[in-house]
Design a protein around this ligand. Structure first.
Ligand SMILES: [Zn+2]
Length: 370
């Protein structure tokens, strides 16, 4: 293509002036999640079956913005700790945490209680307790190791509850975080788990939800974080080869949309605030954070801020705790300027560094020596 030797420019090229990025509306986002912690509108009753996840996102937002002590009184925090411990449930297949106190008519085999523990809820419960600075004295550690072991499927992946037929990378990631927090990997066959993760890898360099599925942002984060959570000495060729690393980074980087600055969860999909975390945190874990266009990403988040508080998946959508938390977590990883400087956040376990350190110190049976 021929180039113009004297390109035309306006005498005062105002179009070249960058539009200032609006401030991060911290207090409004905290208020949004505080409201959701107290109760949800009738339109969101389907979330009732995963109340533990909702609690984690709301408490997580307060933690990321360092607002927990300001928004929740000491008795509120104690009440939340008590509620989470009330969801610890044990049985023949070990002990974990259930989604909430709701009743189901389906009795889970091996558990006397009608609602059996669930692996994703267990991950959320441990992180929420760490956010609330619990001492973990009530944790049934031996039962938790047995529960994780009971959730490992014959295919190497992990299921939500023991014996369920729903193994995918999300539960795999939760099992890796639980074992990492416990500093005890006897609850999983690591070689088979890593083999399962590798079978979820696709030709694009991302990871599908299960073997043979299309690459997705959320499950790619789960795969990368799980592989990096493995202690180096126990990793059976767990980490990526250099060629795999390059391929994964290329796919992740290409999911950042040049027009809006947001990340999409799949090739040729529209950007979404939650995928900004899943894709961006995966890049951060791999030591490739600098490849993110952080300014464009911040502009995207600024547009996703809802005027009544909370962050939505995209501009002009309704905000919710899930997108508010994940967007805020990514803002903490990206470390912007001014009001956009939050953090620091541990991208491997998806919690502030202080909360992650609290869990690593208090969840293991024996304290971890620094
Ligand atoms: Zn989303």
């Amino acid at each position: 293509m021929a180039t113009d030797p004297e390109p035309f420019t306006l005498p005062e090229d105002v179009s070249a002036q960058p539009v200032p990025i609006p401030p991060l509306e911290r207090s409004r986002h905290v208020a949004h999640c505080n409201r959701c912690l107290a109760g949800l509108p009738a339109s969101l009753t389907d979330i009732d079956s995963s109340r533990m996840v909702l609690a984690f996102y709301c408490l997580g937002v307060m933690d990321v913005y360092s607002a927990l002590d300001m928004k929740l009184s000491a008795s509120d925090r104690e009440a939340w700790r008590g509620w989470i411990w009330a969801q610890q449930a044990g049985g023949e297949h070990g002990t974990g945490f259930r989604p909430g106190p709701f009743m189901t008519r389906v009795r889970q085999p091996g558990y006397t209680d009608a609602s059996a523990p669930h692996l994703i809820m267990t991950y959320c419960a441990l992180l929420s307790l760490a956010i609330l600075r619990d001492d973990f004295r009530r944790l049934d550690r031996a039962g938790l190791v047995r529960f994780v072991r009971a959730c490992q499927d014959t295919n190497g992946g992990f299921t939500t509850t023991p014996g369920a037929d729903d193994a995918d990378l999300r539960m795999c990631y939760c099992a890796f975080v639980v074992c990492s927090f416990l500093n005890d990997w006897s609850g999983m066959d690591v070689t088979r788990a890593v083999d399962y993760i590798r079978r979820c890898r696709t030709y694009e360099g991302g990871y599908g939800q299960s073997p043979g599925a299309e690459a997705l942002g959320g499950t790619t984060y789960c795969a990368i974080a799980a592989l990096y959570l493995l202690p180096q000495d126990t990793a059976p060729a767990g980490r990526l080869t250099r060629a795999e690393h390059r391929q994964t980074v290329r796919w992740l980087v290409h999911t950042q949309d040049g027009a809006t600055g947001g990340f999409a969860g799949r090739t040729n999909k529209v950007p979404d605030a939650c995928y900004c975390f899943w894709q961006g945190a995966a890049l951060a874990i791999m030591g490739e954070k600098e490849r993110i266009d952080a300014v464009a990403l911040t502009r995207f988040f600024a547009r996703c801020q809802h005027r009544f508080g909370g962050i939505a998946k995209a501009q002009d959508e309704a905000a919710d705790p899930y997108h508010t938390y994940l967007a805020s977590a990514m803002i903490a990883i990206a470390q912007g300027a001014g009001t956009w400087a939050l953090g620091p956040l541990d991208p491997l376990v998806n919690a502030t560094e202080e909360t992650a350190a609290w869990a690593r110190e208090r969840v293991p049976a024996r304290p971890v020596l620094a």
